[in-house]
Design a protein around this ligand. Structure first.
Ligand SMILES: NC(=O)c1ccc[n+]([C@@H]2O[C@H](COP(=O)([O-])OP(=O)(O)OC[C@H]3O[C@@H](n4cnc5c(N)ncnc54)[C@H](O)[C@@H]3O)[C@@H](O)[C@H]2O)c1
Length: 312
């Protein structure tokens, strides 16, 4: 008995990296899978049918059921055709995993509009487009569904050299929350995943920007280690299964053997006025009330000084 027996899934970006491992494991767990991949470079250039074809062949080799799809998820017509492929073949769609992604890293002061648009388009528009057509089915069929969207620590924690990617990935998190609230009444759960695994994508990170020692492992030697993208796929079987009906509107970190539930955004300190603030009044109250939450402020504030003055 597989945990996903009888389920059907669309997985985007499933020709390589993390998406590939999700497709293989979901199929081993009994799901019928549409393996989508444009077969593009990390920067989103070019196209190749082989990555998706090879994953489908691997699935069929162990007796699983899979169909390839070579569409660009950020093209709305191709995203619709992708969802339709699952519906035409199997009559329903239970699980959508939006994993496709590209990078065009640049500091904000050097980033061109093209670099900005390309990354926003694949991640944000791509996630919207597939979800839109899946949600039309979920709303009509009323048999529930599972939406799993890939965000990133680069957005959650603000990687300095990835303003386009950080914006797209935080956009995906907001989008996921919205979908969780909108689709819950149809039995659909929606969760975001911030993964960590060595893939060709992380191979592009320069050594000085790697924040943990595990990131030194390159994708070609990651198999069987903590950085193996196959590790990320395992908790997703749970989230995609019927057992996870209660897990929705949450952001999860899944990296190596560690699963992290992130806290939801909530007010930290509130300064409530009773009328429009006077500017001078706020110059006094603002640092008094919010300053204690900022270690930098406390370190800089000199006894008797009016406000903190950052050095340099
Ligand atoms: N690897 C990590 O540590 C890490 C960290 C944070 C977030 N992520 C996210 O996880 C997801 C998977 O990343 P990965 O590391 O496996 O990267 P990867 O480059 O190995 O795989 C991404 C796949 O997406 C496909 N793709 C790109 N654009 C597409 C499009 N328009 N339509 C369809 N397919 C397209 C590519 O061809 C590729 O096969 C991405 O969303 C990425 O942003 C990864």
């Amino acid at each position: 008995m597989g945990h996903l027996d009888g389920k059907t899934a669309v997985i985007t970006g499933a020709g390589r990296g993390i998406g590939r491992e999700i497709a293989l494991l979901f199929a081993k767990e009994g799901a019928r899978v549409v393996v989508n991949d444009l077969g593009t470079s990390v920067a989103g250039e070019g196209a190749d049918t082989r990555p998706a074809e090879e994953v489908v062949e691997e699935i069929r080799a162990f007796g699983g059921e899979a169909i390839p799809d070579f569409g660009d998820v950020s093209d709305v017509d191709q995203a619709e055709a992708l969802v339709r492929k699952a519906l035409d073949a199997w009559g329903k769609l239970d699980i959508l995993v939006n994993c496709a992604g590209i990078l065009r890293d640049r500091m904000i002061f050097n980033m061109t509009p093209e670099e900005w648009d390309a990354v926003i388009r694949v991640h944000l528009r791509g996630t919207y487009a597939t979800t839109r057509f899946a949600s039309i089915h979920w709303r009509q069929a009323r048999q529930g569904g599972r939406l799993i969207n890939f965000t990133s620590g680069s957005g959650l924690f603000g990687a300095p050299g990835q303003p386009n990617y950080a914006a797209a990935k935080m956009g995906i998190w907001g989008f996921t929350l919205s979908c969780a609230r909108a689709l819950g009444r149809y039995g659909v759960t929606a969760n975001s995943i911030a993964p960590g695994a060595s893939t060709r994508m992380t191979d592009t990170v320069p050594p000085e920007r790697r924040t943990n020692p595990g990131q030194a492992i390159r994708s070609d030697s990651a198999a069987g280690t903590e950085r193996d993208p196959a590790n990320v796929a395992v908790p997703l079987v749970y989230l995609a299964s019927d057992a996870a009906w209660w897990v929705t509107g949450r952001c999860w970190g899944i990296s190596g053997y560690r699963i992290t539930l992130y806290s939801q955004i909530q007010p930290q300190i509130v300064l409530q006025g009773v009328r429009k603030w006077e500017v001078d009044e706020l110059f006094e109250r603002f640092p008094q009330v919010f300053g204690p939450a900022f270690p930098e402020f406390q370190q800089q504030a000199m006894p008797g000084s009016e406000t903190a003055r950052p050095a340099g």
